[in-house]
Design a protein around this ligand. Structure first.
Ligand code: NAP
Length: 324
């Protein structure tokens, strides 16, 4: 059979993103061979039990040998070390990509180490859940989600087209943009909301006037939805903030100013200011639902009926996840 998009794809890191790519690529018949590398022998063994690859490699260099497509699916903080290790083993003409939630830093970390006979097409699927590890993956993760490609200047357009074709086949809508712009947009749509969630859950757990059992008991009052985001992987999110520092601080500055204005409105009893803002924000949620990026249900479609699989739920109600 010759109509595979890639002959041999290496996934470096086989957590939520790596395992979902593996399952989806196999389901769609996009690659002939999937090679898997991850840092720990435990995760590698689990990936093998789950059948996520065709070959399993504890040696990073060996895992990319002969591959025409390599996707780095690790936390963004290790991209430089990964690029250094794989560089001498990469095949001529191979396409190197990633799924990191930050793009400027990934390019800075990786590009200087990659040989000029490979093509570098960084990517970020805006699709995720608060789960991590190889058991968390599912083939439908990318369906109807955006995937942003940020190829640096000079990348062969044919290589970018092939990566776009790959993500489109996984069900994503693909957009190309400059890495700097990506990092600013994601700072407000994803990174800041995660920081707010981590902060509010941290504040609640530190409060002495409210007991822990009350926090849990009355969580449906809004807190519960923040806890889902605040349960996201600590390593991944630590790296996101360390590697998108400038944009995150800029958005945090604006957020703090707006919060101060709200504080003033409450203090001075300015109901109109509060009502105006709350009306504006309500219409933004409506636009997100209209754009098919969320559903109307008050449980955000998160409750599975007994026996219903995650994938079936997603397929049936087109669906739930916040992208990261
Ligand atoms: P994950 O489930 O925690 O998996 C991370 C994987 O990277 C694991 O296989 C882990 O290996 C491996 N790893 C960690 N450090 C490594 C190292 N030094 N060398 C080699 N492998 C290493 O993470 P994820 O959610 O898939 O996220 C992976 C990437 O996708 C991150 O860059 C994140 O920014 C991006 N992303 C995440 C989401 C999301 O919602 N989760 C969405 C879009 C993009 P071991 O288990 O063997 O230690």
């Amino acid at each position: 059979m010759t109509d595979f998009l890639f002959k041999r794809m290496t996934l470096i890191g086989i957590g939520l993103l790596g395992s979902s790519i593996s399952l989806a690529a196999r389901q769609k018949g996009l690659v002939e061979h999937i090679a898997v590398h991850t840092r720990s022998s435990e995760t590698l063994a689990r990936a093998e039990e789950l059948g996520l690859g065709d070959s399993y490699h504890s040696d990073l260099g060996e895992s990319v040998e002969g591959s025409d497509f390599v996707i780095v699916c690790t936390p963004v903080g290790v991209c430089e070390a990964v690029a250094k290790s794989i560089a001498p083993h990469l095949a001529k003409g191979a396409i190197i990509s990633d799924v990191g939630s930050v793009k400027g830093s990934v390019i800075q970390q990786m590009q200087p180490h990659l040989p000029d006979y490979v093509e570098f097409v960084p990517g970020h699927p805006i699709a995720g859940t608060e789960q991590s590890g190889p058991d968390a993956g599912f083939a439908e993760l990318f369906v109807n989600r955006w995937c942003i490609l940020t190829p640096p200047k000079g990348t062969d357009p044919a290589a970018v087209d092939r990566v776009e074709e790959f993500w489109t086949a996984l069900g994503s809508n693909v957009e190309r943009m400059d890495a700097h712009h990506h990092d600013n947009v994601l700072a407000i749509t994803s990174h800041l909301p995660h920081l707010i969630a981590y902060n509010i859950v941290g504040t609640a757990s530190d409060l002495e006037i409210v007991t822990n059992s009350e926090v849990i008991k009355y969580s449906a009052g809004g807190f519960r939805d923040f806890t889902r985001i605040a349960a996201s992987d600590p390593t991944m999110w630590r790296d996101v903030f360390l590697h998108n520092k400038e944009a995150a601080l800029e958005m945090l500055g604006r957020f703090t100013e707006d919060l101060t204005a709200l504080q003033r409105a409450i203090r001075w009893g300015d109901g109109d200011a509060l009502f105006d803002l709350f009306s504006r924000t309500r219409s933004i949620r409506r636009s997100i639902i209209d754009a098919g990026q969320e559903i109307e249900a008050s449980d955000f479609g998160r409750h599975l009926k007994e026996g219903e699989t995650h994938a079936a739920k997603l397929a049936s109600d087109d669906h739930e996840h916040t992208g990261s």
